[in-house]
Write a protein that binds this ligand. Structure first.
Ligand code: NI
Length: 253
């Protein structure tokens, strides 16, 4: 069954048909979804949803664009939320120098704090990194070593992907892999062993071809699996089977 390792079903784009959509996942061969928080406010929301849907789990953390709203009190509350039995990871956390919403120092500070929280609670991490390749690698090497984790929506070079794999991290691949102009990601998928790849939607964003530009959802992962299968010269079933096993190992499910 398909395992979506990174989704945002609390997003308002799902307000009109969330229940219907999530209840139809099983018939589309989607077995497990990890619903990931981005803002501090969404930490509670993703847990509430995971408690409602048996096939859904939650990741709790604050995205680099949003860390300006964090303080010690909120951080302590997040730590409490992370002990919920349906929470499987700290995420999404990281660095985003593309939007650059917060200063690099603020982003780095809360990235490191959240990595250390994951270590303290013995949880894997879901990492967001955009146009911050060097700083992310340095921080992961210093503060994320020996943690389990995934670099979600991987957008860097295949050399860097292999470096993460060596550190024991998984490479998160989503809809972008189906885009015609995504040569770099296709090269990365070719270079990285299938045992280090996990599938994700990041929905409602980043829908694959043939739905590019529209609202994404976990049933579209089959298009990503087919493209990865083509690149790797294996079957789509094999991609789904191996990436599900990888995701279970990552999130300890
Ligand atoms: Ni995301």
């Amino acid at each position: 069954m398909i395992f979506d390792t990174h989704a945002h079903y609390d997003d308002e784009q799902f307000d009109t048909d969330r229940d219907e959509l999530l209840n139809s996942m099983e018939e589309s061969c989607v077995g497990t979804i990890v619903n990931v928080s981005a803002t501090y406010e969404s930490c509670r929301r993703v847990i509430r949803m995971a408690e409602k849907y048996p096939m859904m789990y939650a990741a709790v953390g604050v995205h680099p664009d949003e860390v300006g709203s964090l303080d010690e009190e909120k951080f302590a509350h997040m730590k409490e939320l992370l002990t919920n039995e349906k929470v499987v990871a700290v995420g999404e956390i990281g660095l985003d120098y593309y939007w650059d919403n917060e200063s690099h120092d603020t982003q780095k500070k809360w990235f490191i704090r959240q990595l250390e929280l994951a270590r303290e609670l013995n949880l894997p991490v879901n990492i967001h990194s955009r146009e911050a390749a060097q700083d992310t690698m340095e921080i992961v090497k210093e503060h994320g070593r020996s943690l389990k984790g995934v670099i979600h929506c991987f957008s860097y070079s295949k050399e860097m992907a292999l470096e993460y794999v060596k550190l024991g991290y998984y490479i998160g691949v989503g809809g972008v892999v189906t885009f015609k102009n995504a040569k770099r990601l296709k090269d990365t998928v070719e270079a990285v062993p299938l045992t280090a790849v996990v599938l994700e939607t990041d929905c409602p964003y980043l829908a694959p071809e043939p739905y590019r530009g529209r609202r994404n959802n976990s049933t579209y992962i089959k298009y990503m699996a087919e493209e990865i299968a083509r690149i790797k010269g294996v079957t789509g079933e094999e991609v789904v089977r191996q990436t599900e096993a990888n995701a279970r190992s990552l999130y300890r499910l």
